[in-house]
Design a binder for this molecule. Structure first.
Ligand code: UDX
Length: 451
């Protein structure tokens, strides 16, 4: 199939590279000449695991090209996939400026039969509006509009593309259904065909449900802290119920990224527009907003005033295996620490440019930790799994570890804190005091308890 992917952001690029791997001929078009020249010369404007190899393979097989010329991309393709961003608008609603600009260009340049696939996340009713508008500008232009949301997780996007739980396609004709089936014909996943409004809503409702799960478990984590329960055990017990499921029950400092925060705000704005308030979303957002400050409170509870203290932040992106800083909790955490007079040193293997200039970035994990008064784990970086605790304990000025992601097993930290005389504070689990402060009885009692 001859496909144009319009918009080479994260979703467009992954989609284009994966469709080329499936054997299709792909032209990726973007208005940014800078991005296109990077891509055309074999570079990558974003970091995503496995994407480099996939794009090199597609280029060597002549299955992918890059252009700023949307006219030729449209005219040389039968299927046009729109992957432009729909960022935060003024009142939280999705800003569709880029989407409509692309739709208008497509209308101008397409003369033959085309299938227009909207992959961007758009408010319910948008695909219908596009269809009506295309018909109004030319009744015989013959563009069949489909809505086909993506569910790609950053850092896992290529795997998610080839092994999706489901493919959703809002189609209005049988021909459109056939096109979607052919587009993804080698993927082992069910396709749910539906109307475009349901398809648009599936995307928002899925993301909101996942975000709600995260805020829910964070609310239960706070309650666990008050009552002495352990959130990891509680989440395990909840998740064993197959009606609930174990995924997205990791308590921590809340969700960030380019999708959840934006989509939930847009979903709330949609609720207002359609006169259907969604209070569960309001609570999801307000619980999430408080997470970073709550983490800093744990620091001040232990260290007192942060003025003059040095804090090591480990992991800056909104999650591991990405360089994406959009809505990353680290931004708020570092700003609060700086406001309170701390010096913030940080390490993230994928981040080399950070929008808070006062934060000192280090290339080495141990340099970031050196002479600090606390280590704060902000994302569950793979490198942290093999931390040398002896080095950490020697480098720290105050032996305090605040684990915002519960990335270490509580039992393991009981042993490590005892061995290296460190205080370990996590989320929704009892704090583990340094051995000198706690005394041998604390460790003995908790070792028995954790069995
Ligand atoms: C998400 C959706 O998963 C994907 O389907 C959609 O298309 C885009 O948005 P992504 O933003 O890449 O993907 O990240 P995801 O792995 O879903 O995590 C989102 C955020 O939730 C991260 O900040 C993560 O740290 C946090 N999270 C996730 C938790 O705090 N706890 C969890 O249990 C799971």
């Amino acid at each position: 199939m001859r496909i144009a992917v319009i918009g080479t952001g994260y979703v467009g690029l992954v989609t284009g590279a994966c469709l080329a791997r499936l054997g299709h001929s792909v032209i990726c078009s973007d208005r940014s000449a800078e991005k296109i020249s990077v891509l055309a010369s074999g570079g990558l404007p974003i970091w995503e695991q496995g994407l480099d190899e996939l794009l090199s393979e597609a280029s060597s097989l002549n299955r992918i090209r890059f252009t700023t010329n949307i006219k030729s991309a449209v005219q040389e393709s039968d299927i046009l996939i729109i992957c432009v961003g729909t960022p935060f608008g003024p009142n939280g609603e999705a800003d569709l400026t880029q989407l409509w600009s692309v739709v208008k260009q497509i209308a101008r340049h397409s003369t033959e039969k085309k299938f227009l696939v909207v992959k961007s996340t758009v408010p319910v009713g948008t695909t219908d509006e596009i269809d009506q508008w295309l018909q109004s500008v030319s009744a015989n232009r013959n563009i069949d509009v489909i809505h086909n949301p993506e569910f790609l997780r950053q850092g896992n996007a290529i795997r998610d593309f080839f092994h999706p739980d489901r493919i959703v396609a809002g189609c209005r004709t049988d021909k459109a259904k056939h096109v979607v089936s052919d587009l993804y014909k080698d993927l082992p996943s069910p396709i749910l065909f539906c109307d475009s409004r349901s398809s648009e809503l599936i995307k928002y409702a899925s993301n909101a449900f996942l975000a709600m799960k995260i805020s829910y478990i964070n609310m239960i984590a706070d309650f666990s802290e008050q009552t002495g329960a352990r959130i990891d055990v509680v989440a395990e017990g909840i998740g064993m119920d197959s009606r609930i499921g174990e995924a997205f029950l990791r308590a921590g400092i809340g969700y960030g990224g380019s999708c959840f925060p934006k989509d939930i705000m847009a979903f709330r704005a949609m609720g207002q527009k359609w006169d259907c308030p969604m209070p569960l979303l309001d609570s999801t957002v307000s619980i999430n907003r408080l997470r970073p400050r709550r983490l800093v409170n744990k620091l001040t509870d232990e260290l007192g005033m942060l003025k003059g203290k040095r804090i090591a932040l480990l992991g800056l992106a909104f999650k591991p295996m990405t360089d994406d800083l959009r809505e990353a909790p680290s931004l708020q955490i570092s700003r609060i620490c700086l406001e309170q007079g701390a010096a913030v040193h940080a390490y993230d293997p994928h981040v080399s440019d950070y929008p808070v200039p006062e934060v000192v970035l280090h290339r080495s994990l141990y340099d970031a930790i050196d002479s600090s008064d606390a280590v704060v784990i902000v994302t569950e970086l793979e490198q942290l799994r093999c931390l040398d605790w002896q080095i950490v304990s020697k480098k720290l000025r105050t032996r305090l570890i605040i684990d915002g992601r519960n990335m270490f097993a509580w039992e393991e930290m009981l042993h490590i804190a005892d061995t290296f005389d460190m205080t370990y504070i996590s989320v929704g689990r009892p704090p583990i005091p340094a051995s000198a402060a706690a005394g041998a009885d604390f460790y003995k009692a908790n070792q028995i308890r954790s069995i």
